[in-house]
Each structure stands twice: as structure tokens, then as C-alpha cells.
Design a protein around this ligand. Structure first.
Ligand code: ASP
Length: 308
């Protein structure tokens, strides 16, 4: 136990096509991922906790407007940003989450406060916002969350009267991180704006412990991105942990079964980043691409978008 450190992050999976990417845009994505990775890694490297590392990485990704979380979150049917986030500590199985929150600058920070400073796991909507005010967390005006690209996607989705997964070419822009710290503790966090034009208080997998996020020191830490409804129905993150715990599978074997077989069979497009108790990293996806990055011990940072 101990000494190995690992971190893996994502900025969403989906139909990310080279034909829609310019070299400039790709460089921006890679820079955003690289900075978030470094923010988390620096905490691990200095002996900090995996919970702090995943929170720091996700806050960077929330502040980066190209991803669908925090600044740059998608619009719902009413033209608002309703965000979901969660965080989980693999040492204690403590978890904190929020769903349907508006104007909170960093929803993952609020999820952390729910975990550390409330007796609850999941707070929704107005109640979660009230708790954020009590915790004196930063709020932003609607204009902070506005991006032209997301607005145009919403207008298009309204015209077509459909609920859209983040991008006209079906990209899931959720962000997340999983990490192992020097003390052998695992943690995971996920944050999202959900789906463009979503209605009726829709909540995805991201704030649901066991579905979009899970961490358990005995097995692994996982953050998912993809079609939330199918990830909830497949209890994706917990399923991978269970395959390791009850069947003795490796992280890689468990990820393969869940991402490339079980999810595919019910049409669940997406992927995830995962770190196990030894620091092994897996970043599987069954879509065209996934914005992802990882770093293990003093190794080189890996930053990728496409299959290869
Ligand atoms: N899983 C997220 C949701 O369904 C979407 C995404 O990954 O981008 O809300």
C-alpha cells in the first residue's frame, strides 16, 4: 500500500470527429485537459489527498468553457443552466452530490461541502443552492455560464424539438476525475450541465453515486461520461467495482465487460476514467472519442481525444 500516485481525467465522450476539429481548437482542448491534470497531480505529488486532487482537477475543467460543466454548461429547455455534480471518498465511502443547481460557480465544490459539512448525500435544486449560500460558496450571474456555442446548440435542439447530448454531433461534455494518493486512498468526482434542452428536472448519472461516480479503496475510483439514462440503468461505476470485488477481475477486465459489452447491448454510448488501488489506469469508451488525460507516478502525461 502507498507511494504509487495516479490520476485520470475526462472532458466527455461522444462522436468527436476530426472533420469538425481545427488544430487551434484541438490545442485548446489539450491545454485545458493538461492544466486540469497538472492541478490534480500536483496535489498528489506533494502528498495531498485524492479527494482534494479530483476536486481541484474538476474545478479546473468546470472553469474551462469548452467543456459542459460550470462555465460552458449546456442550456435546458427553459434557457437555464441546471448542473449536477458528485464526489466520493474511497477510504470511507462518503459521498456528496448536487443536482439541478443554478448559478453555483463550481458545483463539485458544493458536492464536496455536502459530503463534508452536511448529514446528507444528495441535495437538489433550491435547497442545494441555499446550502451553497450558507457555505458561502461563489455564485455567478447567468452571463458567466453563457457561451455562444451552447446557445446555438440549444436553439437548434428547440427547432428540432429534441433533447440533445451536448453537441450537434453527439458529444457528452461532462467532466470528471479519478485518483489514487500516496496513502493508498482512492477518490472520484464528476460534474456536468447534463443534456441540451433537457426538461422536467431531468437528472443524469453524474450526481448518482454508483452510476456516474464511485470510489472504494478495495477496488477502484471511477468517473463516467455518456448517455446518463443508460448509465443509471446499468449502475456503471458500481458494476465495475463489483466485478473486481466479487469476481476478482482486474480493472481492465471489468471495464471491458461493462463499457464494451453490457453498455453496448443496451445502446449506452459513452466512457469513463478509472484508477484502481494499485494505481492502474483505464480510460475505456465505446464512442468515437473521449477527451481524456492521465498521469501515473513520475511518468509522462497522456492527453488524448480520439481512439488513437
Ligand atoms: N452523463 C451526462 C448526463 O447524462 C452527460 C455527459 O456525460 O456529458 O447528464
Amino acid at each position: 500500500m502507498g507511494q504509487n500516485i495516479s490520476i485520470a481525467i475526462h472532458g466527455g465522450a461522444g462522436t468527436i470527429l476530426r472533420s469538425n476539429m481545427t488544430p487551434e481548437l484541438q490545442a485548446q482542448y489539450e491545454a485545458g485537459l493538461g492544466q486540469a491534470l497538472q492541478a490534480g497531480y500536483a496535489i498528489l505529488e506533494s502528498g495531498g489527498s485524492s479527494v482534494d486532487a479530483v476536486q481541484a482537477a474538476v474545478m479546473h475543467l468546470e472553469d474551462f468553457q469548452l467543456f459542459n460543466a460550470g462555465k460552458g454548461a449546456v442550456f435546458n429547455n427553459r434557457g437555464k443552466h441546471e448542473m449536477d455534480a458528485s464526489i466520493m471518498d474511497g477510504r470511507t465511502l462518503a459521498a456528496g452530490a448536487v443536482c439541478g443547481v443554478g448559478n453555483v460557480r463550481n458545483p463539485v465544490q458544493l458536492a464536496r461541502a455536502v459530503m463534508d459539512q452536511s448529514e446528507h448525500v444528495l441535495l437538489a435544486g433550491a435547497g442545494a443552492e441555499e446550502f451553497a449560500r450558507q457555505m458561502e460558496l461563489p455564485f455567478e450571474a447567468d452571463s458567466y455560464f453563457f457561451t455562444q456555442q451552447r446557445y446555438d446548440q440549444w436553439q437548434q435542439a428547440l427547432l428540432e424539438d429534441k433533447v440533445q447530448l451536448d453537441h450537434s454531433d453527439k458529444k457528452f461534455g461532462t467532466v470528471g476525475a479519478a485518483a489514487l494518493d500516496m496513502a493508498g486512498n482512492l477518490a472520484a468526482a464528476t460534474s456536468t450541465g447534463g443534456m441540451t434542452n433537457k426538461k422536467f428536472g431531468r437528472v443524469g448519472d453524474s450526481p448518482i453515486p454508483g452510476a456516474g461516480t464511485y470510489a472504494n479503496n478495495a477496488t477502484c475510483a471511477i468517473s463516467c461520461t455518456g448517455h446518463g439514462e443508460l448509465f443509471i440503468r446499468s449502475v456503471v461505476a458500481y458494476d465495475i467495482s463489483c466485478l473486481m470485488e466479487y469476481k476478482g477481475l482486474s480493472l481492465q477486465e471489468a471495464c471491458n465487460i461493462v463499457v464494451h459489452d453490457k453498455l453496448v447491448r443496451i445502446g449506452g454510448e459513452g466512457g469513463l476514467v478509472a484508477v484502481d488501488y494499485s494505481g492502474n489506469i483505464c480510460m475505456p469508451f465505446n464512442s468515437e472519442g473521449m477527451y481524456r488525460a492521465s498521469k501515473r507516478n513520475a511518468g509522462e502525461a497522456v492527453i488524448k481525444i480520439y481512439k488513437d
